[in-house]
Design a binder for this molecule. Structure first.
Ligand code: GLC
Length: 539
């Protein structure tokens, strides 16, 4: 790991990696990835150049949303390991200079959380007010028109006490009531518990929706002709209303700031899932650095291969400041390779985008399997597990992005010796870590070289970004003495070399790494490179 600049936080010099734990590596053969499995695979991440892991939720959970329904924030799901396994993981990661973030899920708990068990028991219980309860509407239906991300109303009627409770996600995920100061205090303690244990911070789940408008008013209905046809991981019902009262609300940033003050005591990182695509909106949460340290920019996760849109999105940091984490895939959306056209085309484009984001402030984050150029796995409808799939008859499903990591070409993929919880996904030998390890032309080899280039050139991690190619086909920016270039068009383009000599530090194809460019050079269609100014005289 390159030395950290004294002026920049520690994460600035790292590359992040999302581990979707159920599908990463299974040590005990029960078909579910676990902490011990991940710990045994850390060398894969160290070899790739990863310095920061984000772990999807590890807590006890009925798994109605695969861990995003937490039943105890202070313990570990027995299927995934124990608290001692967390300690072992953190120590083994530390030995490789890798920091570990947990996923904090503060918007909702599981219905199996003891708080909710108490809350639903009777209206007078002190835990009642940890959640949002309302009387039925006069017709007996839900109290307002809010809808769930996974489909259907955002309310479920609870027979015992005769009221509805709010859930922006599944009925098994009741929303917490953050107007109740006791809830905030519970979470202060949860943050401290894990930070004391040596975790490096948190990815904050649904960080843009935790606070709701006072009185929970109805939200405007979106006319059918204006609703998106590409649902992108959310139900049609979710898109049927305009979310003006259940996201981006006053008070949210203050809540982020409350957590930041705790995190700063530990020099920990808070990385928000602030799913707001407008950079100007994100900037309100990030620019003055009084909220979370970083937020993901999700524009690329939503995009297909759209060079014009790409050019605009890559400049989001000019609006938000250098506080973005760059992702093009996650466990919630179709993988980039698939969205960009699949196969060799998709792989080529995903590597191009990875190159363009590798030197953008502050933090590039890979989703597991991205380094292998994976496309979506095949999951037959009857094998789907995602709550979104179960409610849409399989029409919408996040499962294809979640199939097991292909380590080896054998039954169970080297992921498990048992029966994987999701199908293997139709992986081929060339998709596996084992095959790519020894193939210099593999996506794995390219990602390793790319991240090594970022680590070896301080200019790629420090200093101002200056765009020098702003519109397709040529996208290019300088960072210090380095220049990142990509041709997003369909024919070769001349590279801007401005009379200087440049050395090719990294190339996805077309250019030879190590070559000196002087005079003129062309970049082939859909290729990218990192160049470094090379003032040495030609002999
Ligand atoms: C976030 C997670 C997603 C989960 C949802 C509810 O969007 O990334 O997987 O379903 O929150 O917790």
């Amino acid at each position: 790991m390159a030395a950290t600049s004294p002026h920049l936080p520690w994460w600035n010099d790292r590359v992040g990696y999302q581990v979707y734990l159920p599908s990463f590596a299974d040590a005990d053969g029960d078909g579910w990835g676990d902490l011990a499995g991940l710990t045994a695979r850390l060398d894969h991440l160290a070899g790739l150049g990863v310095g920061l892991l984000w772990l999807s939720p590890i807590h006890p959970s009925p798994m109605a949303d695969h861990g995003y329904d937490v039943a105890d924030y202070l313990d570990v799901h027995p299927r995934l390991g124990t608290l001692a396994d967390v300690d072992r993981l953190v120590a083994a990661a530390e030995a490789r200079d890798i920091k570990v973030l947990l996923d904090l899920v503060p918007n909702h708990t599981s219905i199996a959380h003891p708080w909710f068990a108490r809350a639903r028991r009777d209206r007078e219980d002190p835990y009642r007010d940890y959640y949002h309860w309302r009387d039925p509407a006069p017709d007996g239906g839900p109290p307002n028109n809010w809808t769930s991300v996974f489909g259907g109303p955002a309310w479920t009627f609870d027979e015992t006490t005769g009221q509805y409770y709010l859930h922006l996600f599944a009925p098994e995920q009741p929303d917490l009531n953050w107007d109740n100061p006791a809830v905030a205090e519970e979470f202060d303690a949860i943050l401290r518990f894990w930070l004391e244990r040596g975790l490096a911070g948190f990815r904050i789940d649904v960080a843009h929706r935790i606070i709701k408008a006072p009185g929970l008013p109805d939200q405007p209905v979106v006319p059918p002709e204006l609703r998106p046809t590409d649902h992108s991981g959310r139900s049609a019902d979710h898109h049927a209303i305009e979310h003006i009262h259940d996201e981006d609300q006053p008070g949210l940033k203050e809540l982020h700031g409350r957590w930041r003050r705790i995190a700063d005591d530990y020099d920990a990182l808070l990385l928000g899932e602030i799913y707001l695509l407008e950079p100007a909106t994100l900037a309100r949460y990030l620019a003055d650095q009084r909220g979370l340290h970083l937020a993901f920019f999700f524009g690329l996760v939503e995009a297909r291969w759209q060079p014009e849109a790409l050019a605009t999105m890559l400049r989001a940091g000019e609006v938000t400041g250098p506080h973005l984490a760059w992702v093009q895939s996650s466990h919630d959306r179709s993988r980039a390779v698939t969205r960009y056209g699949g196969g060799a085309t998709g792989r080529r484009r995903a590597l191009l985008v990875a190159t363009l984001t590798a030197a953008l402030p502050a933090l590039p984050v890979l989703y597991q399997g991205e380094e292998l150029g994976l496309d979506d796995g095949e999951v037959p409808v009857e094998a789907m597990q995602d709550p979104l799939a179960l409610r849409s008859g399989g029409a919408l499903s996040r499962d294809p992005a979640r199939t097991p990591m292909p380590w080896r070409d054998e039954p169970g993929l080297g992921f498990t010796s048992g029966q994987p919880w999701l199908p293997e996904g139709g992986r081929r030998r060339g998709d596996t870590v084992e095959a790519q390890e020894t193939d210099p032309a593999s996506p794995l080899a390219a990602h390793r070289r790319l991240l090594a280039t970022r680590a070896s050139l301080a200019d790629l991690r420090h200093g101002e970004v200056r765009w020098v190619g702003e519109a397709p086909p040529l996208l290019a920016y300088d960072r210090g003495q380095a220049r990142v270039v990509a041709n997003v068009g369909s024919s070769p383009v001349a590279l801007p070399l401005e009379g200087s000599a440049w050395r090719v530090a990294f190339a996805t194809g077309g250019l030879a790494e190590g070559a000196r460019l002087e005079g003129g050079a062309e970049l082939a269609s859909e290729q990218a490179a990192i160049l470094v100014r090379d003032e040495a005289q030609t002999p």
